[in-house]
Design a protein around this ligand. Structure first.
Ligand SMILES: O=C(O)C(=O)C[C@]1(C(=O)O)C=C[C@@H](O)C=C1
Length: 161
């Protein structure tokens, strides 16, 4: 470790990045609860456009990669939300639902910014290391049926890179 002491290793960077994607996907359950209670549709194209525009404005050389990664996170979130909402069909509304605009979206935004700030580092990370980190991710057992398939969507641009 002598020469690179203090520098984040490839493995650490990959795990940190994948951890951010995981946290973002975990929030899709909160989003789904809010939408299940309010009846709002899963897809919000206005919000997606705002996110993408913001991303394209704030990224440099990693433009294309950033776009693909963010798109995948949005698609993954929708896939997980739809699974949750169909699983809850026939259930009463949740007693406590988070406020999408005030509670959940600011968290999604923070994770997105953090995630995108790691892209330059990620470009130098070997794909095999990223793939390994992505396959090591675990989900709460009771929600694996929703997060598992969505995770494949979330990491597709990372593991195929
Ligand atoms: O903010 C929402 O309403 C979400 O469902 C989250 C999210 C996202 O991943 O950022 C996903 C799907 C929507 O179409 C818009 C945004």
């Amino acid at each position: 470790m002598a020469a690179s002491a203090g520098a984040e290793s490839d493995r650490q960077a990959a795990e940190r990045f994948v951890g951010l994607l995981r946290q973002r996907l975990l929030l899709s359950r909160e989003v789904a609860i809010a939408k299940f209670n309010s009846g709002a549709p899963v897809e919000d194209l206005k919000r997606e456009k705002a996110l993408i525009d913001q991303t394209l404005k704030s990224t440099g050389a990693e433009h294309e990669f950033a776009y693909r990664i963010l798109r995948a996170q949005i698609e993954a979130s929708k896939a997980a939300q739809r699974r949750f909402i169909s699983k809850w069909a026939g259930h009463p509304r949740f007693r406590h639902a988070p406020n999408l605009a005030k509670d959940v979206r600011p968290k999604l935004d923070l994770l997105t910014t953090h995630m995108l700030s790691m892209l330059p580092k990620l470009h130098e990370t070997r794909p095999a290391v990223l793939r390994r980190a992505a396959t090591q991710v675990r989900w709460p057992k009771q929600d694996r049926d929703c997060f598992g398939p969505a995770w494949k969507v979330a990491v597709a641009p990372v593991v195929e890179n």
